[in-house]
Design a protein around this ligand. Structure first.
Ligand SMILES: Cc1cc2nc3c(=O)[nH]c(=O)nc-3n(C[C@H](O)[C@H](O)[C@H](O)COP(=O)(O)OP(=O)(O)OC[C@H]3O[C@@H](n4cnc5c(N)ncnc54)[C@H](O)[C@@H]3O)c2cc1C
Length: 404
């Protein structure tokens, strides 16, 4: 275990994290993705809502780039919603619908728990479960569009929603790769890597949590990328056909396969010494200095634990370090969470509620008390409604879209 001193100077900070986590893969965090609340707020304030509503489907559209800030709790979903409604009124409706997707996937995770890491429903078409191929991991598929998306993911950690959809459908349906294998890889390399939004989106594409598989044809990809890749592509295009022809080529719908279940490994509960000392455990979804838990009069700890962050890319670890550099009085460590908390004499933990089983298992010995996260919309959503976004949206949209 090692106590870390996150440097105040940004360049030093990036170097420091690179040195401490020398095994972490990928590129440094680019300067337009500085982590932390202040940068998240800056991005929130600079959304051009008119342009967003008009061109968000295009790869170079005016999307907000807020996902890593929302994922790590630098800004909350509720404050983002309140701000855009107040600032932009009904002009923000399209954006609000996107925020609802994030809330929806999160609600599904809360309801389903670890079931989101297995196929929630049987696939509606035959999908295979080939291991993730090396050419995909390296961005060397030979298709300029897919290789550019993978390169972007590996260098910046960010991809536009449509590029994610196209890449996922290529991987799952054209290459017949195991969606779960691919989702794990994607999540580890995305600076906004989110177990709910990511894994459930892969299931949505695969058709194990949707009524049909998602795939795109060349016309769609070419249009929304402004022909950026197709114009200079000499590869045999696997997307160049109508939806009907593609569907017939990709899927055999005559077989109804079963939902694949994946093994869930649990951490053994470690015995800890009994101590009355309380501490706040700062996990990676609550990295904002205005989180109410930071007002508690207890020591605060953040741990880069290999069990939680061992496969994270370098730029994501740097993003988290940026976030931590803005939060005063948090002890930052690298190592085994239980050993570190024990060494520091902690007996009890307060933290922010999370569906992340790994975090909960690590903290189990410390009689954790979890503070709830305010819901985006304070209504009960039935299990039936949570099966599809459209049913969830039917229930929440009257609340989210009403005039302020
Ligand atoms: C295969 C796949 C994997 C994905 N993995 C992740 C992930 O690991 N982490 C993650 O945060 N999002 C993930 N998404 C959802 C979505 O692609 C990103 O949230 C979005 O592209 C982030 O860009 P933005 O902030 O500029 O979005 P904007 O269009 O500006 O949207 C604003 C916010 O709304 C939320 N949002 C928008 N679209 C979606 C969506 N489809 N699902 C959930 N929330 C959404 C995000 O929090 C986003 O920051 C994934 C989508 C797919 C198809």
């Amino acid at each position: 275990m090692q106590k870390l001193t996150i440097p105040e100077d940004r360049a030093e900070r990036l170097h420091y994290i690179k040195r401490i986590f020398s095994a972490a893969k990928g590129a440094d965090l680019p300067s337009d993705w500085v982590g932390g609340r202040s940068n998240g707020i800056k991005k929130l304030h600079s959304i051009d809502m008119v342009a967003y509503s008009r061109n968000r489907h295009f790869i170079n559209g005016a999307v907000s780039h807020l996902s890593p800030y929302l994922r790590h709790g630098c800004i909350s979903l509720n404050e983002t919603y309140d701000f855009v409604k107040k600032q932009h009124g009904i002009q923000a409706d399209k954006f609000v619908a996107q925020l609802a997707w994030r809330d929806y996937w999160r609600q599904v995770w809360l309801a389903e728990g670890d079931a989101i890491f297995s196929e929630i429903e049987p696939p509606k078409v035959v999908i295979n479960h080939e291991p993730l191929a090396e050419d995909i991991k390296k961005g060397k598929t030979g298709l300029p569009c897919m290789d550019a998306f993978i390169k972007d993911l590996l260098t910046t950690g960010y991809l536009h929603n449509h590029a994610r959809l196209w890449l996922a459908s290529y991987v799952v349906h054209h290459r017949k790769i195991d969606w779960r294998d691919a989702a794990d890889w994607f999540e580890a390399n995305a600076i906004d890597g989110d177990l709910a939004s990511n894994h459930l989106s892969w299931q949505w594409v695969a058709s194990t949590f949707s009524s049909r598989p998602y795939f795109a044809n060349k016309e769609t990809i070419s249009r929304f990328t402004a022909d950026a890749h197709c114009a200079k592509c000499f590869a045999e295009c696997p997307f160049n056909a109508s939806d009907e022809v593609l569907s017939a080529k990709l899927f055999n719908t005559s077989i109804s396969p079963a939902a694949k279940q994946y093994v869930v490994t649990h951490l053994p509960k470690k015995p800890v010494s009994i101590s009355p000392a309380i501490a706040v455990f700062v996990h990676d979804e609550m990295l904002s200095s205005v989180n109410p838990l930071f007002e508690k009069p207890f020591p605060k700890f953040f741990v880069f634990d290999p069990l939680l962050h061992g496969n994270w890319s370098l730029n994501r670890l740097q993003f988290v370090a940026d976030c931590l550099s803005e939060i005063p009085n948090v002890e930052v460590w690298a190592g085994d969470t239980v050993d570190i908390l024990m060494k520091r004499g902690v007996g009890r933990i307060i933290s922010q509620d999370t569906p992340n089983r790994r975090v909960r298992e690590l903290l189990e010995s410390f009689v954790p008390k979890y503070e709830p996260v305010p819901k985006l919309v304070n209504v009960e959503i039935s299990a039936q409604r949570l099966k599809r976004f459209s049913r969830y949206w039917e229930k929440v949209s009257p609340h989210l879209l009403r005039p302020t």
